[in-house]
Every structure is written in structure tokens, then in C-alpha cells.
Design a binder for this molecule. Structure first.
Ligand code: F6P
Length: 350
């Protein structure tokens, strides 16, 4: 056990949308902090709300046993954004001030913030305000700037791919077009990867502008080639002229403008639920352990990242406010195009 960090008090919270792997990360942070460094660990409830309301409990090693495989987060989460101005400013609670007050009262030496883009932005602001902060990137969207991958993504990819796999047989039986909507917010990572892994014929991403006429022609072309069905994978964040579900928007257009039958599936929150995949358990564990190493080194104001297979860290100021979207010329897209997968933008994909 290292002497120099003994007795340090570490707070940990999870914020934003949940995903598989958060508990594995809490366990990674907690066990490493307690066992290796003799630190004390405090679980903050419901994201930044717990810091505002001072809701927390100490986590002992025994509390961290048996949570590796659990989905969700044992700490709870919320989409609370403490720096967001609400209403007209009158009678407003100074949430950042409360967070700083409670950080002091809890005598924390560091606060580990597990979350996606919004969380890392808040984490950067808190670091600016003088708190010792470490960020851990999680989200099924895989859109946190500064890291190759976030945990949660791989588990969601398995779920989304399995769902697309299952559409093939029913689509084939009925000779239908199946449109499936995949989460990802403004990024198309999950739709791209599950679309390719699940054998999608058309994949629509927020990052690539699509033309419905190209899609109709492509689907007709498949029908002409006696291909009995088609799978259209749609990222929830695609641009569209009407509000509502992306899959319904695309499905309706296909029904109206082709003579083919189309059905929609909106996979929704199933993509965020359940036990983390082995890869996510490992990534979250590595991230958690590295976070504690950073605390031990007093390297605060950083977010843990992975580049290739190397775990490292990046300044939170570099991460804050940025979004990691799919480059339209991504290697997987280039390869997929060569296999006649349609991204809705080029005639050449027909
Ligand atoms: O960020 C994860 C995510 O599941 C996105 O894919 C989705 O757009 C969003 O969260 C849904 O947010 P909420 O949980 O607030 O409904």
C-alpha cells in the first residue's frame, strides 16, 4: 500500500444517461482506492444533484463486491446541469456554490465524475472553480471527445446488433423493408457499427446528408435484383424536416414513395439496459483504476481516455464542449460503400 495517498477522501458520482459498465467503473475506482492506496471513498447520489443536496454515503470494499456485472448505476444518476441558468435568475439557488460548500464539508480531496459530454463539461467548470476533479467517459453514444472509446458503447452495440439480426428473418418472411432506429444522440457511431455488424442495407447517420430519392432507387434496385427484403438502420439524430421519431419519418416516406411494405422498430432504452459486455467491464475497470492512479499522482483536472490500447488522460479543458462525431470518410464507411451499403448520399452506392 502506498503511504502518500492514505486517508485521501474521494467522492464519486455518475451523471447523465446511464449505461452498462458504470458499476464496473465505480468498483474499479473504489477497490483500487481502498485496497491499493488506503483512501476513503464516498458515493454521491444521483449525479450532481447529490453534491447540491449533500446526499452521499461512504462506500466500503464490501459495498463494491457483486456489482461488476450489474447494469445501471448503484449511485443513481440525473441530468442535473448545475451551471445552467434557469428562469429569470430571481431566487435562483447558486448550485455551483452549494457543490463547492459540500465538497469542503465532506473534506473531499477529489471528485470523480463518470459521465458523457455534458458531465465532462460540468467537470471542467468545477475544476476551473478550484475543485480537484477526474473525469471518466461513459456513454452508449461513444461521442466523448478525447478518447477512442467510451464504456457502454460495446454493450449497446451487442444489443443493437442482436436486434438487427432478429429483423432479418421476419423481414424475409414478409418481404418487407424493416426500418430500425438506433440511439446515439447527435452521433452515428452506434448506428454505423450495429448497421454494419447486423448487415444493414441502408445506414443513415446524422453526419451524412441523405437524399430520399437515392434511398428509394436503392431499395427498388434491390427488389429488382430479387432481394426479398431490406434493412434500413437509422440513427435517431438524423436531420429531418418534421419532429418525431427518425424511423417513423423514414418508414412513412418509404411506404408513400415505393410500392414496398415497410415497418418500423424503435429500439429505445433497451440499448442502455442490462449487464455490461466483457469488453465494457474491462474498459470500465481499467478506466476506474487509472482514475485512482491520477488521484495518487495529484494529476487533477483530467479525463481518463484510451488511445489504441493505451490508457492515459486528457485535460478536461480540451474535452469540454466538444463532440466526437463520425467522420464521413471513416474507414468503415469507405469499406461499407464498396460492399454496396447505402448511406443515402451517393448514386454510386446503387
Ligand atoms: O446519451 C445516451 C442516450 O441514450 C442517447 O443515446 C439518447 O439520445 C439520450 O441518452 C436519451 O436521453 P434520456 O435518458 O434523457 O431520455
Amino acid at each position: 500500500m502506498s503511504k502518500s495517498s492514505k486517508g485521501m477522501r474521494v467522492g464519486i458520482l455518475s451523471a447523465g444517461g446511464d449505461c452498462p459498465g458504470i458499476n464496473a467503473a465505480i468498483r474499479g475506482v473504489g477497490k483500487t482506492a481502498i485496497v491499493e492506496y488506503g483512501m476513503e471513498v464516498f458515493g454521491i447520489s444521483s449525479g450532481f444533484l447529490g453534491m447540491i443536496n449533500k446526499e452521499y454515503s461512504q462506500l466500503y470494499e464490501r459495498d463494491l463486491s457483486g456489482i461488476l456485472t450489474l447494469g445501471g448505476t448503484i449511485l443513481g444518476t440525473s441530468r442535473e446541469k448545475p451551471f445552467k441558468k434557469e428562469g429569470n435568475g430571481l431566487n435562483q439557488i447558486d448550485k455551483p456554490k452549494l457543490i463547492k460548500k459540500h465538497y469542503k464539508e465532506l473534506e473531499l480531496d477529489c471528485l470523480v465524475c463518470i459521465g458523457g459530454n455534458g458531465t465532462q463539461k460540468t467537470a471542467a467548470r468545477l475544476a476551473e472553480e478550484g475543485l480537484n476533479i477526474i473525469g471518466l467517459p461513459k456513454t452508449i453514444d461513444n461521442d466523448v471527445w478525447g478518447t477512442d472509446v467510451t464504456f457502454g458503447f460495446d454493450s449497446a452495440l451487442w444489443i443493437a446488433t442482436d436486434a438487427i439480426d432478429r429483423l432479418h428473418s421476419t423481414a424475409n418472411s414478409h418481404k418487407r423493408i424493416m426500418v430500425i432506429e438506433i440511439m446515439g444522440h447527435h452521433a452515428g457511431w452506434l448506428a454505423l457499427y450495429s448497421g454494419v455488424a447486423g448487415g444493414g442495407d441502408v445506414i443513415l447517420l446524422p453526419e451524412i446528408k441523405y437524399d430520399m430519392d437515392i434511398i428509394y432507387e436503392y431499395l427498388q434496385n434491390r427488389a429488382d435484383k430479387k432481394k426479398p427484403y431490406s434493412i434500413v438502420v437509422v440513427a435517431e439524430g438524423i436531420k429531418k424536416s418534421k419532429s418525431g421519431s427518425a424511423a417513423q419519418y423514414i418508414g412513412k416516406k418509404i411506404r408513400k414513395n415505393t410500392d414496398q411494405e415497410a415497418r418500423e422498430t424503435i429500439l429505445g432504452y433497451i440499448q442502455r439496459g442490462g449487464s455490461p459486455s466483457p469488453n465494457d467491464r474491462i474498459l470500465a475497470t481499467r478506466f476506474g483504476a487509472h482514475a485512482v492512479q491520477l488521484i495518487h499522482e495529484r494529476k487533477f483536472g483530467h479525463m481518463v481516455k484510451i488511445t489504441g490500447d493505451n490508457i492515459g488522460s486528457v485535460d478536461l479543458n480540451e474535452v469540454a464542449g466538444k463532440l466526437r462525431t463520425v467522420p464521413p470518410d471513416h474507414a468503415l464507411i469507405r469499406k461499407a460503400r464498396k460492399m454496396d451499403i447505402c448511406f443515402g448520399d451517393r448514386k454510386s452506392c446503387i
